[in-house]
Design a protein around this ligand. Structure first.
Ligand SMILES: NC(=O)c1ccc[n+]([C@@H]2O[C@H](COP(=O)([O-])OP(=O)(O)OC[C@H]3O[C@@H](n4cnc5c(N)ncnc54)[C@H](OP(=O)(O)O)[C@@H]3O)[C@@H](O)[C@H]2O)c1
Length: 282
Protein backbone atom coordinates (compact mmCIF):
# COMPACT_ATOMS: atom_id res chain seq x y z
CA UNK A 1 0.00 0.00 0.00
CA UNK A 2 1.42 3.42 -0.98
CA UNK A 3 0.91 6.82 0.74
CA UNK A 4 -2.65 6.82 -0.61
CA UNK A 5 -3.66 4.01 -2.89
CA UNK A 6 -6.86 3.78 -4.86
CA UNK A 7 -9.43 1.04 -5.19
CA UNK A 8 -12.10 1.20 -7.87
CA UNK A 9 -15.37 -0.22 -9.01
CA UNK A 10 -15.78 -0.10 -12.77
CA UNK A 11 -19.17 -0.63 -14.42
CA UNK A 12 -21.95 0.99 -16.41
CA UNK A 13 -24.26 2.24 -15.02
CA UNK A 14 -22.91 2.55 -11.48
CA UNK A 15 -25.47 4.75 -9.75
CA UNK A 16 -27.01 1.78 -7.84
CA UNK A 17 -23.71 0.46 -6.45
CA UNK A 18 -23.36 0.14 -2.66
CA UNK A 19 -19.68 -0.84 -2.94
CA UNK A 20 -18.12 2.64 -2.50
CA UNK A 21 -20.11 3.21 0.73
CA UNK A 22 -19.25 -0.25 2.12
CA UNK A 23 -15.53 -0.14 1.35
CA UNK A 24 -14.98 3.50 2.32
CA UNK A 25 -16.70 2.93 5.70
CA UNK A 26 -14.40 -0.03 6.45
CA UNK A 27 -11.33 1.90 5.20
CA UNK A 28 -12.24 4.85 7.49
CA UNK A 29 -12.72 2.61 10.54
CA UNK A 30 -9.37 0.90 9.95
CA UNK A 31 -7.66 4.24 9.19
CA UNK A 32 -6.03 2.89 6.01
CA UNK A 33 -4.40 5.14 3.37
CA UNK A 34 -6.91 4.03 0.75
CA UNK A 35 -9.80 5.51 -1.19
CA UNK A 36 -12.44 3.52 -3.12
CA UNK A 37 -13.81 5.33 -6.19
CA UNK A 38 -16.54 4.61 -8.75
CA UNK A 39 -15.58 4.60 -12.46
CA UNK A 40 -18.60 4.63 -14.77
CA UNK A 41 -17.41 3.88 -18.31
CA UNK A 42 -18.80 2.13 -21.39
CA UNK A 43 -17.37 -1.17 -22.58
CA UNK A 44 -15.17 0.26 -25.35
CA UNK A 45 -13.10 2.26 -22.84
CA UNK A 46 -12.26 -0.65 -20.49
CA UNK A 47 -8.88 -1.53 -22.12
CA UNK A 48 -7.81 2.15 -21.81
CA UNK A 49 -8.94 2.26 -18.18
CA UNK A 50 -6.93 -0.87 -17.40
CA UNK A 51 -3.85 0.73 -19.03
CA UNK A 52 -4.24 3.70 -16.64
CA UNK A 53 -4.76 1.33 -13.71
CA UNK A 54 -1.52 -0.57 -14.45
CA UNK A 55 0.52 2.62 -14.27
CA UNK A 56 -1.31 4.52 -11.50
CA UNK A 57 -1.42 4.08 -7.73
CA UNK A 58 -4.24 1.53 -7.81
CA UNK A 59 -4.21 -1.47 -5.49
CA UNK A 60 -7.13 -3.15 -7.23
CA UNK A 61 -10.83 -2.92 -7.74
CA UNK A 62 -14.20 -4.47 -8.41
CA UNK A 63 -15.76 -5.06 -11.80
CA UNK A 64 -19.49 -5.08 -12.38
CA UNK A 65 -22.00 -5.21 -15.25
CA UNK A 66 -21.24 -5.12 -18.18
CA UNK A 67 -17.46 -5.50 -17.85
CA UNK A 68 -16.98 -8.83 -16.02
CA UNK A 69 -16.22 -11.00 -19.07
CA UNK A 70 -13.96 -8.47 -20.74
CA UNK A 71 -12.07 -7.83 -17.47
CA UNK A 72 -11.36 -11.57 -17.29
CA UNK A 73 -10.00 -11.61 -20.82
CA UNK A 74 -7.84 -8.48 -20.32
CA UNK A 75 -6.17 -9.72 -17.10
CA UNK A 76 -2.57 -11.02 -17.02
CA UNK A 77 -3.34 -13.76 -14.48
CA UNK A 78 -6.56 -15.53 -13.50
CA UNK A 79 -7.78 -17.51 -10.52
CA UNK A 80 -9.22 -20.97 -11.22
CA UNK A 81 -12.76 -19.58 -10.79
CA UNK A 82 -12.11 -16.88 -13.42
CA UNK A 83 -10.45 -19.38 -15.74
CA UNK A 84 -13.52 -21.60 -15.56
CA UNK A 85 -16.23 -18.91 -15.41
CA UNK A 86 -14.71 -16.47 -17.89
CA UNK A 87 -15.91 -13.61 -15.65
CA UNK A 88 -14.09 -11.52 -13.03
CA UNK A 89 -15.53 -9.26 -10.35
CA UNK A 90 -12.20 -8.47 -8.64
CA UNK A 91 -8.90 -7.17 -10.00
CA UNK A 92 -5.72 -7.17 -7.88
CA UNK A 93 -2.74 -5.17 -9.12
CA UNK A 94 0.79 -6.23 -8.24
CA UNK A 95 3.83 -4.67 -9.94
CA UNK A 96 1.76 -3.50 -12.91
CA UNK A 97 0.17 -6.92 -13.47
CA UNK A 98 -3.59 -7.44 -13.29
CA UNK A 99 -4.83 -10.60 -11.56
CA UNK A 100 -8.51 -11.43 -12.01
CA UNK A 101 -10.51 -13.11 -9.26
CA UNK A 102 -14.17 -14.01 -8.82
CA UNK A 103 -15.66 -13.68 -5.33
CA UNK A 104 -19.36 -13.85 -6.35
CA UNK A 105 -19.59 -17.60 -5.73
CA UNK A 106 -17.84 -17.35 -2.35
CA UNK A 107 -20.08 -14.44 -1.41
CA UNK A 108 -23.13 -16.49 -2.30
CA UNK A 109 -22.02 -19.50 -0.22
CA UNK A 110 -21.17 -17.28 2.77
CA UNK A 111 -24.66 -15.72 2.53
CA UNK A 112 -26.27 -19.18 2.32
CA UNK A 113 -24.32 -20.26 5.42
CA UNK A 114 -25.46 -17.05 7.22
CA UNK A 115 -29.06 -17.97 6.42
CA UNK A 116 -28.49 -21.32 8.17
CA UNK A 117 -28.71 -23.24 4.87
CA UNK A 118 -25.14 -24.57 4.88
CA UNK A 119 -22.93 -24.69 1.78
CA UNK A 120 -23.61 -28.12 0.32
CA UNK A 121 -26.82 -28.75 -1.62
CA UNK A 122 -27.92 -31.97 -3.24
CA UNK A 123 -30.12 -30.67 -6.07
CA UNK A 124 -29.64 -27.12 -7.35
CA UNK A 125 -31.52 -25.11 -9.99
CA UNK A 126 -29.91 -21.95 -11.34
CA UNK A 127 -32.04 -19.42 -13.20
CA UNK A 128 -29.71 -17.48 -15.51
CA UNK A 129 -26.34 -18.18 -17.12
CA UNK A 130 -24.56 -14.82 -16.96
CA UNK A 131 -21.36 -13.92 -15.11
CA UNK A 132 -22.83 -14.26 -11.62
CA UNK A 133 -24.50 -17.62 -12.40
CA UNK A 134 -21.14 -18.95 -13.62
CA UNK A 135 -19.34 -17.94 -10.43
CA UNK A 136 -22.10 -19.38 -8.24
CA UNK A 137 -22.31 -22.61 -10.27
CA UNK A 138 -18.56 -23.13 -9.91
CA UNK A 139 -18.54 -22.72 -6.12
CA UNK A 140 -21.69 -24.81 -5.63
CA UNK A 141 -20.07 -27.64 -7.61
CA UNK A 142 -16.84 -27.23 -5.64
CA UNK A 143 -18.89 -27.40 -2.41
CA UNK A 144 -20.27 -30.79 -3.50
CA UNK A 145 -23.64 -30.24 -5.25
CA UNK A 146 -24.85 -33.59 -6.62
CA UNK A 147 -27.17 -32.31 -9.36
CA UNK A 148 -27.37 -28.94 -11.09
CA UNK A 149 -29.74 -27.63 -13.76
CA UNK A 150 -29.14 -24.27 -15.43
CA UNK A 151 -32.17 -22.65 -17.05
CA UNK A 152 -31.60 -19.61 -19.24
CA UNK A 153 -33.47 -17.47 -21.77
CA UNK A 154 -30.82 -18.47 -24.34
CA UNK A 155 -30.28 -22.13 -23.32
CA UNK A 156 -26.96 -22.40 -25.20
CA UNK A 157 -25.31 -20.24 -22.50
CA UNK A 158 -26.43 -22.68 -19.79
CA UNK A 159 -25.30 -25.62 -21.93
CA UNK A 160 -21.90 -23.97 -22.26
CA UNK A 161 -21.52 -23.68 -18.45
CA UNK A 162 -22.61 -27.30 -18.05
CA UNK A 163 -20.07 -28.47 -20.63
CA UNK A 164 -17.27 -26.51 -18.90
CA UNK A 165 -18.12 -27.68 -15.37
CA UNK A 166 -19.00 -31.34 -16.11
CA UNK A 167 -15.44 -32.60 -16.70
CA UNK A 168 -14.10 -30.67 -13.69
CA UNK A 169 -16.79 -31.88 -11.34
CA UNK A 170 -17.68 -35.47 -12.30
CA UNK A 171 -19.58 -35.82 -9.00
CA UNK A 172 -22.14 -33.21 -10.14
CA UNK A 173 -24.72 -34.27 -12.75
CA UNK A 174 -25.15 -31.15 -14.91
CA UNK A 175 -28.00 -30.29 -17.25
CA UNK A 176 -29.32 -27.16 -18.94
CA UNK A 177 -32.53 -25.97 -20.54
CA UNK A 178 -34.72 -23.05 -21.47
CA UNK A 179 -36.00 -20.66 -18.82
CA UNK A 180 -39.74 -21.10 -19.33
CA UNK A 181 -42.61 -21.74 -16.90
CA UNK A 182 -43.14 -25.42 -17.81
CA UNK A 183 -39.46 -26.28 -17.39
CA UNK A 184 -39.26 -24.33 -14.13
CA UNK A 185 -42.22 -26.22 -12.63
CA UNK A 186 -40.54 -29.49 -13.63
CA UNK A 187 -37.15 -28.51 -12.19
CA UNK A 188 -38.47 -26.91 -8.99
CA UNK A 189 -39.83 -30.33 -7.96
CA UNK A 190 -37.45 -31.77 -5.36
CA UNK A 191 -34.93 -28.90 -5.59
CA UNK A 192 -32.97 -28.17 -2.41
CA UNK A 193 -31.83 -24.78 -3.69
CA UNK A 194 -33.00 -22.40 -6.41
CA UNK A 195 -30.83 -19.37 -7.23
CA UNK A 196 -32.33 -16.53 -9.28
CA UNK A 197 -29.30 -15.13 -11.15
CA UNK A 198 -30.98 -13.26 -14.03
CA UNK A 199 -31.24 -9.49 -14.14
CA UNK A 200 -35.04 -9.83 -14.50
CA UNK A 201 -35.54 -8.54 -10.97
CA UNK A 202 -34.21 -5.19 -12.04
CA UNK A 203 -37.43 -4.80 -14.02
CA UNK A 204 -39.72 -6.47 -11.45
CA UNK A 205 -41.08 -8.85 -14.10
CA UNK A 206 -42.35 -11.78 -12.00
CA UNK A 207 -44.89 -13.46 -14.25
CA UNK A 208 -41.99 -15.56 -15.57
CA UNK A 209 -41.77 -17.31 -12.20
CA UNK A 210 -44.30 -20.10 -11.52
CA UNK A 211 -43.82 -19.89 -7.75
CA UNK A 212 -46.66 -22.31 -7.07
CA UNK A 213 -44.23 -25.09 -8.07
CA UNK A 214 -41.69 -24.23 -5.34
CA UNK A 215 -41.84 -26.74 -2.48
CA UNK A 216 -41.78 -25.70 1.18
CA UNK A 217 -38.46 -27.52 1.73
CA UNK A 218 -36.69 -25.60 -1.08
CA UNK A 219 -34.33 -22.74 -0.23
CA UNK A 220 -34.66 -19.87 -2.69
CA UNK A 221 -32.10 -17.13 -3.22
CA UNK A 222 -32.64 -14.08 -5.41
CA UNK A 223 -29.23 -12.47 -5.96
CA UNK A 224 -30.83 -9.10 -6.72
CA UNK A 225 -31.15 -6.65 -3.82
CA UNK A 226 -33.52 -3.77 -3.26
CA UNK A 227 -34.51 -1.42 -0.49
CA UNK A 228 -37.08 -3.35 1.58
CA UNK A 229 -36.10 -6.68 -0.08
CA UNK A 230 -37.02 -7.91 -3.57
CA UNK A 231 -40.58 -8.55 -4.73
CA UNK A 232 -39.63 -12.17 -5.45
CA UNK A 233 -38.37 -12.80 -1.90
CA UNK A 234 -41.48 -11.16 -0.43
CA UNK A 235 -43.73 -13.42 -2.55
CA UNK A 236 -41.78 -16.55 -1.56
CA UNK A 237 -41.83 -15.68 2.15
CA UNK A 238 -45.61 -15.20 1.94
CA UNK A 239 -45.75 -18.81 0.70
CA UNK A 240 -43.71 -19.93 3.71
CA UNK A 241 -40.53 -20.59 1.72
CA UNK A 242 -37.09 -19.80 3.18
CA UNK A 243 -35.76 -17.05 0.89
CA UNK A 244 -32.94 -14.49 0.86
CA UNK A 245 -32.11 -11.58 -1.42
CA UNK A 246 -28.64 -10.62 -2.69
CA UNK A 247 -27.59 -8.09 -0.04
CA UNK A 248 -25.68 -10.57 2.15
CA UNK A 249 -23.99 -12.02 -0.95
CA UNK A 250 -22.90 -8.53 -1.94
CA UNK A 251 -21.49 -7.89 1.56
CA UNK A 252 -19.62 -11.21 1.71
CA UNK A 253 -18.12 -10.83 -1.79
CA UNK A 254 -16.99 -7.34 -0.69
CA UNK A 255 -15.31 -8.79 2.43
CA UNK A 256 -13.49 -11.34 0.24
CA UNK A 257 -12.45 -8.61 -2.23
CA UNK A 258 -11.13 -6.45 0.62
CA UNK A 259 -9.06 -9.35 1.92
CA UNK A 260 -7.57 -9.99 -1.53
CA UNK A 261 -6.47 -6.34 -1.84
CA UNK A 262 -5.33 -5.60 1.71
CA UNK A 263 -4.75 -8.98 3.44
CA UNK A 264 -7.16 -7.80 6.17
CA UNK A 265 -10.05 -10.02 7.22
CA UNK A 266 -13.11 -7.91 8.00
CA UNK A 267 -16.32 -9.84 8.77
CA UNK A 268 -18.95 -9.73 6.04
CA UNK A 269 -21.41 -8.54 8.71
CA UNK A 270 -19.59 -5.20 8.92
CA UNK A 271 -20.02 -4.67 5.17
CA UNK A 272 -23.64 -5.84 5.45
CA UNK A 273 -24.43 -3.36 8.20
CA UNK A 274 -23.16 -0.44 6.02
CA UNK A 275 -25.01 -1.83 2.98
CA UNK A 276 -28.28 -2.00 4.97
CA UNK A 277 -27.90 1.59 6.22
CA UNK A 278 -26.97 2.90 2.75
CA UNK A 279 -29.81 1.12 0.94
CA UNK A 280 -32.31 2.33 3.57
CA UNK A 281 -31.57 5.99 2.82
CA UNK A 282 -31.62 5.31 -0.93
N1 LIG B 1 -25.86 -9.72 -4.88
C1 LIG B 1 -24.73 -9.65 -5.50
O1 LIG B 1 -23.65 -9.57 -4.89
C2 LIG B 1 -24.70 -9.71 -7.00
C3 LIG B 1 -23.50 -10.05 -7.65
C4 LIG B 1 -23.50 -10.11 -9.04
C5 LIG B 1 -24.65 -9.79 -9.77
N2 LIG B 1 -25.78 -9.45 -9.10
C6 LIG B 1 -27.02 -9.14 -9.87
O2 LIG B 1 -27.36 -10.31 -10.59
C7 LIG B 1 -27.91 -9.96 -11.85
C8 LIG B 1 -27.20 -10.76 -12.95
O3 LIG B 1 -25.84 -10.37 -12.97
P1 LIG B 1 -24.82 -11.00 -14.04
O4 LIG B 1 -23.49 -10.43 -13.74
O5 LIG B 1 -24.96 -12.47 -14.09
O6 LIG B 1 -25.39 -10.36 -15.40
P2 LIG B 1 -25.19 -10.85 -16.89
O7 LIG B 1 -23.90 -11.55 -17.06
O8 LIG B 1 -25.50 -9.67 -17.75
O9 LIG B 1 -26.36 -11.96 -17.10
C9 LIG B 1 -27.71 -11.58 -17.13
C10 LIG B 1 -28.59 -12.81 -17.04
O10 LIG B 1 -29.96 -12.37 -17.00
C11 LIG B 1 -30.67 -12.98 -18.09
N3 LIG B 1 -31.71 -12.04 -18.55
C12 LIG B 1 -31.58 -10.72 -18.77
N4 LIG B 1 -32.76 -10.19 -19.17
C13 LIG B 1 -33.64 -11.22 -19.22
C14 LIG B 1 -35.02 -11.33 -19.59
N5 LIG B 1 -35.71 -10.25 -19.97
N6 LIG B 1 -35.61 -12.54 -19.50
C15 LIG B 1 -34.91 -13.63 -19.09
N7 LIG B 1 -33.61 -13.59 -18.74
C16 LIG B 1 -32.98 -12.40 -18.82
C17 LIG B 1 -29.62 -13.27 -19.14
O11 LIG B 1 -30.11 -14.25 -20.01
P3 LIG B 1 -29.47 -14.42 -21.51
O12 LIG B 1 -28.15 -15.13 -21.32
O13 LIG B 1 -30.46 -15.27 -22.21
O14 LIG B 1 -29.32 -13.05 -22.08
C18 LIG B 1 -28.47 -13.76 -18.24
O15 LIG B 1 -28.72 -15.08 -17.81
C19 LIG B 1 -27.75 -8.46 -11.99
O16 LIG B 1 -29.00 -7.86 -11.77
C20 LIG B 1 -26.77 -8.07 -10.91
O17 LIG B 1 -27.05 -6.78 -10.40
C21 LIG B 1 -25.84 -9.41 -7.74
Amino acid sequence: MGPESLLFIVGHPLSHSLSPAMHNAVIARLGLPLRYVGIDIPRVVLPDFFRVVREGNFLGGNVTIPHKEEAASLADEKSEAVEVCGAANVICIRKGKLRAENTDGHGFLDAAADAGWGRRFRRVVLLGAGGSARGIAFELCRAGAKEMTILNRHPSRGEEIASILSPRFPGTAMSAGELNPARMIEEFRGADLVVQCTSLGLFGDWEHFPLEGVEKTTRFADIIYRRGGTALVRLLKKRGISAIDGLAMLAHQAARSFFLWTGKRVPGEEFLSVARKTIAVG
